[in-house]
Design a protein around this ligand. Structure first.
Ligand SMILES: [Zn+2]
Length: 472
């Protein structure tokens, strides 16, 4: 299994062609990464997933209701779905015969759907879901627990089609509803808020709703038996109280309570630095499996049992995944090429958290990271690292150093105002590196565009500006 915060470079992996000719003939962003995923012919508005899961057999029955809008005249709707079979499909209520081509699900459209028109899809599907093969290893849906009676999802970047049919683009965000039926005694966690639990005979249906908007790769489902811990935190930007929910294997509950216990303090600090928390709730979900790295599933980050030791050894990752709720989830990516906007920001959030605790300052950590980058030559164009390097350490550390260089250049007040403005401007949408450079240049004094170009677009590593007294 492979996961998010910081992934090793996968060498020699088979990658989707960079500038794949669009089968739909649409203009695409230059060199879109993983062009085999997603379609630009339409955008989704809402997914309503009715799922029936049998843990003993590992079988899933699903019915996906999708509302979408055509971006051009549609004669066929292309979705991403891996491993699972489709037995029924309807387009605008009319049954159609689905086709399959690799992980693509192709639905013919009975009557052409004109550009701008809304339409609905209904897809009955099922099978034994599991992680799908990607250039980053096997990712997506997986089973947990020694008896494999639990499940989890960690889909970044290409694993969403492992459990539901979707338009698997990071910039196609939608509202989500999950209605998940499991045997009584099993629990279900998903993105957003729990609306209802309804028992029926030997089963129970759990309904979650997340208004999002959310990219498919951040959708998550967890089943199993969990101990729960609820907590409340004050949003420093709005004064509202946000209720959080953690869940973990019962035997780890005491250790997890300690390791995850400073999330309310993180909330207060992060809402002061980054602005209002963008979603209705948040939770850290610890699954009964070892994970390489946690993943920032929207409102419900996932951690492995190996990240809980009662010593807060992995607290920087707790901070990292929470920062992603602003930068990565609320402000999403136009394309995977822009990944530094996720990982550079979340890494800088780790450094800010260390500084907040009175441990190493962001400046101390940045200079150590810079030295490491310099020893490695630092040579990576992080604004366009290449699809095989989106989780390269240099994207994380050089991205965070870029933000630190901005902070040193402009001072804390202007720097944090710029960060809050970036989230505020693009909240709930997707953005790219060019938009960030324009935003920073517009909102910070002294024309910072040349500095950003050197850090983001040159392969050569720029020097960090000299340290200045800090005011946070
Ligand atoms: Zn991350």
């Amino acid at each position: 299994m492979t996961w998010c915060s910081r992934r090793a470079l996968v060498r020699g992996a088979a990658l989707a062609p960079l500038a794949a000719v669009a089968a739909d003939g649409l203009p695409r962003p230059a060199r879109r990464y993983f062009a085999g995923h997603g379609s630009y012919e339409y955008r989704t508005l809402a997914y309503d997933l009715h799922l029936d899961y049998d843990p003993a057999a590992g079988r899933l029955r699903g019915r996906a209701h999708i509302r979408a809008v055509a971006e051009r005249t549609l004669r066929q709707v292309r979705l991403d779905l891996a491993r699972l079979s489709v037995d029924e499909a309807l387009v605008d209520g009319t049954a159609v015969r689905p086709g399959r081509k690799g992980h693509k699900l192709l639905l013919p459209v009975p009557r052409h759907i004109p550009a701008g028109a809304p339409f609905t899809l209904e897809i009955g599907y099922g099978g034994r879901p599991g992680p799908v093969r990607t250039p980053f290893g096997q990712i997506g849906w997986d089973r947990t627990g020694d008896g494999h009676d639990g499940t989890m999802v960690a889909a970044q970047p290409l694993g969403a089609p492992s459990w539901f049919p979707c338009n698997d683009r990071p910039d196609d965000k939608a509202e989500f509803t999950f209605r998940v039926t499991v045997p009584r005694g099993h629990q279900v966690l998903a993105n957003g808020a729990l609306l209802e639990r309804r028992e029926s005979g030997a089963t129970e249906c759990w309904t979650y709703h997340h208004r999002g908007p959310m990219a498919p790769y951040l959708a998550a489902l967890y089943t199993g038996r969990f101990a729960h811990e609820t907590w409340q935190a004050r949003d420093s930007a709005t004064g509202r109280t946000v209720t959080g929910r953690n869940a973990c294997p019962v035997r780890l509950s005491d250790l997890a309570r300690h390791d995850l216990g400073r999330q309310p303090e993180m909330f207060e600090a992060f809402t002061r630095w980054f602005g209002p928390y963008p979603f209705e709730t948040y939770g850290a979900i610890v699954v009964d499996a070892d994970l390489d790295q946690p993943v920032e599933n929207q409102t419900a980050s996932v951690f492995g049992r190996n990240h809980i030791d009662g010593e807060r050894t992995w607290e920087t990752l707790v901070a990292h995944e929470l920062v992603h709720q602003w930068y990565g989830n609320s402000v999403g990516l136009r394309d995977w090429r822009d990944i530094w906007l996720n990982e550079g920001f979340a890494t800088y959030g780790e450094w800010l958290w260390s500084e907040h605790l009175g441990e190493d300052s962001a400046d101390t950590i940045a200079r150590a990271a810079w030295n490491t980058l310099a020893r490695r030559g630092g040579g990576l164009r992080i604004a366009d690292p290449g699809p095989d390097r989106i989780f390269d350490d240099r994207v994380y550390d050089r991205g965070a150093c870029t933000l630190h260089a901005l902070r040193l250049t402009t001072g804390d007040d202007r720097f944090f105002a710029m960060l809050r403005g970036w989230h505020d401007t693009h909240r709930g949408r997707s953005a790219d590196t060019a938009a960030f450079v324009a935003h920073a240049d517009r909102t910070m004094p002294g024309a910072v565009a040349p500095l950003l170009h050197a850090w983001l677009y040159d392969t050569r590593l720029p020097p960090l500006p000299p340290p200045v007294p800090r005011s946070t």
